[in-house]
Design a binder for this molecule. Structure first.
Ligand SMILES: [Zn+2]
Length: 129
């Protein structure tokens, strides 16, 4: 699997190598967004920085896939999910663990990929009670 990235996302991928999940943050209006872009989606500003995500989130939506474009990397069946980070932005990712459902709490984990890269994935948190 070859990683193709944009100039705006280079710093994000470098941080991911070190298992740090960054969220792009606008210094003009405070808006946070993912994926990294050249402009703020809210105000159009170009003064963009980063905040480190806490690693917590909730499942916004998900599907189970029984086919994989790369079975060595993602052995089917696996779960593809959109996770809403506690910082606000949503991230397309994979989720593991029991109790996968919308609004379930998840916690960041990392999966090693080729070339020393790490990919953010999520696991469900144990249900309370
Ligand atoms: Zn902005």
């Amino acid at each position: 699997m070859t990683l193709v990235t944009s100039p705006e996302a280079r710093e994000w991928w470098e941080a991911a190598k070190n298992r740090r999940l960054l969220v792009q943050s606008c210094r003009t209006c405070g808006h946070r967004q993912h994926y990294p872009r050249a402009l703020c989606l809210r105000c159009g500003g170009v003064d963009l920085g980063w905040v480190e995500a806490s690693g917590g989130g909730t499942i916004y939506s998900f599907t189970h896939s029984h086919r994989s474009p790369d079975p060595a990397a993602f052995e089917p069946p696996y779960t593809i999910a959109i996770v809403t980070l506690d910082e606000g932005p949503r991230l397309l990712t994979t989720v593991t663990g029991p109790g996968i459902r919308c609004d379930a709490r998840v916690r960041l984990e990392w999966r090693a990929a080729e070339g020393g890269q790490n990919l953010p994935i999520f696991a469900t948190e144990p249900e309370e009670g």
